[in-house]
Design a binder for this molecule. Structure first.
Ligand code: PEP
Ligand code: MN
Length: 337
C-alpha cells in the first residue's frame, strides 16, 4: 500500500506513522521528494484497517500499489532515482559512461585500459574478477588479485569501479574494492544473491537475464529494494531470441518501457547485446537516443589476445570516437556527459 503523508508533515509525525505501520507486521519503505513523504507498506496488508489508517493525523491518502513490483514502481516513487558514484550522478541528466575490459587480466592490461577509457571520458571502470563462463575450461577471473588491480588502475585515473559478484560469499569482498556491485545476467534470479546485495551498502548494477521478461527483471530489482538497498541500476544487455547473427538481441524497447514503469536508472550494455565489435557503436548511439541513462562498454587495448570477449571489445580509438558521438547525441537530448 502507498501511504501518502500530508505535504510538509512534521518529522516526528511521519516517523510515528511508519512505526505504527510496522507494528502491523508490514515492512515500511520511505521516499521523500520536495517536502512530500511517501511510505510504501509492503507485506500482508490484508490484516490492516486501511480506512482507519487514512484517517490518521498526517496521512493524506492510502492507495494500493498496483504493480507486482511495488518499490520499483513509479506509483511508489514518481521522481527518478539518482545514484551518486564517484563523479557521476546515475539517473540524472548526466550520462554514466562505464568502460573497461570484460575481465581483469593483469597489471599492465588494467592500467593501459584505465588510462584509455579515462582519457576518452568514462567515469566508471568495468572489469570482472569473478567471471561466469559458459565453459569451465575458460579463464575464470583473477579473483581478489583482480579486484586489487582494478581498484588501483581506476584510482590512478580518477575512475569509480563496477565489478561482478557471482556468489553470496563474495559480496563483502567485492564491496571492499568496487563502488558498484554487478549482478550478472545469469544470476538475475539468484534470490539469495539478490538478498545479500540488498543488505550491502553499495549500488547494484542488475543485468537483465538472458530470458527474462521486463516484469521478471523488475521483480528481481524488487528483491534488492525490499531488502533495504534503494540503489539499483538496471542494465539491458540483450536477450536470447531465434536470431543467430548477433550474440544476443539488444532489446531497446525495454528502455522506454522501464522508464515509464520504474524510477530506477537504466543503462545499456551494447557489448554483450550484440557480441560483435562493429555493432557496438551503432547500438550504443541508439540506446542513448532511446533514453538510456548510460552505457557499459567493453574496451581492450589488445582484443585479439583478450582472455574473454575480445570479439566484442572496442579498441581504445573506437571508444574515444564513440564517446564523442554520445556527447553530441546527449546535447540534442538536453543531457551531458
Ligand atoms: C560481463 O559483464 O562481462 C558479463 C558476463 O555480462 P552478462 O552477465 O550480461 O553476460
Ligand atoms: Mn564480457
Amino acid at each position: 500500500m502507498l501511504v501518502l503523508l500530508e505535504r510538509g508533515v512534521n518529522e516526528s509525525v511521519a516517523s510515528d506513522i511508519a512505526t505504527r505501520l510496522r507494528m502491523f507486521g508490514l515492512a515500511v519503505h520511505r521516499t521523500d521528494h520536495e517536502g512530500q513523504v511517501r511510505l510504501g507498506a509492503v507485506g500482508e496488508p490484508g490484516r490492516v484497517d486501511w480506512p482507519a489508517v487514512a484517517a490518521w493525523p498526517g496521512v493524506a491518502s492510502v492507495t494500493r500499489l498496483p504493480a507486482p513490483f511495488k518499490l520499483a514502481s513509479r506509483a511508489f516513487q514518481p521522481h527518478d532515482t539518482v545514484i551518486s558514484v564517484g563523479r557521476c550522478a546515475i539517473g540524472s541528466p548526466q550520462l554514466a559512461i562505464m568502460a573497461g575490459p570484460c575481465s581483469v587480466e593483469g597489471e599492465q592490461q588494467a592500467f593501459a585500459i584505465a588510462a584509455a577509457v579515462a582519457r576518452a571520458g568514462a567515469t566508471i571502470m568495468r572489469g570482472g574478477a569473478y567471471k561466469p563462463r559458459t565453459s569451465p575450461y575458460s579463464f575464470q577471473g583473477l579473483g581478489e588479485e583482480g579486484l586489487k588491480l582494478l581498484r588501483r588502475a581506476a584510482d590512478a585515473h580518477g575512475l569509480a569501479v563496477v565489478s561482478e559478484v557471482m556468489d553470496t560469499q563474495q559480496v563483502a569482498l567485492v564491496a571492499r574494492y568496487a563502488d558498484i556491485l554487478q549482478v550478472g545476467a545469469r544470476n538475475m534470479q539468484n534470490y539469495s544473491l539478490l538478498k545479500e546485495v540488498g543488505h550491502a551498502e553499495k549500488p547494484v548494477l542488475l543485468k537483465r537475464g538472458l530470458a527474462a521478461t521486463i516484469e521478471e527483471w523488475l521483480m528481481s530489482a524488487e528483491h534488492v529494494l525490499s531488502n533495504g538497498n534503494a540503489q539499483v541500476i538496471l542494465c539491458e544487455r540483450g536477450i536470447r531470441t531465434f536470431e543467430t547473427y548477433t550474440r544476443n538481441t539488444l532489446d531497446l524497447n525495454a528502455i522506454p518501457v522501464v522508464k515509464e514503469l520504474s524510477h530506477l536508472p537504466v543503462i545499456v550494455d551494447p557489448s554483450h547485446g550484440t557480441g560483435i565489435r562493429n555493432k557496438v557503436a551503432p547500438m550504443a548511439r541508439a540506446a542513448i537516443a532511446a533514453g538510456a541513462d548510460g552505457l557499459i562498454i567493453e574496451v581492450h587495448h589488445d582484443p585479439d589476445h583478450a582472455l574473454s570477449d575480445g570479439a566484442q571489445s572496442l579498441y581504445p580509438e573506437q571508444f574515444d570516437e564513440l564517446v564523442g558521438q554520445i556527447r553530441t547525441i546527449a546535447g540534442v537530448l538536453g543531457r551531458r556527459l
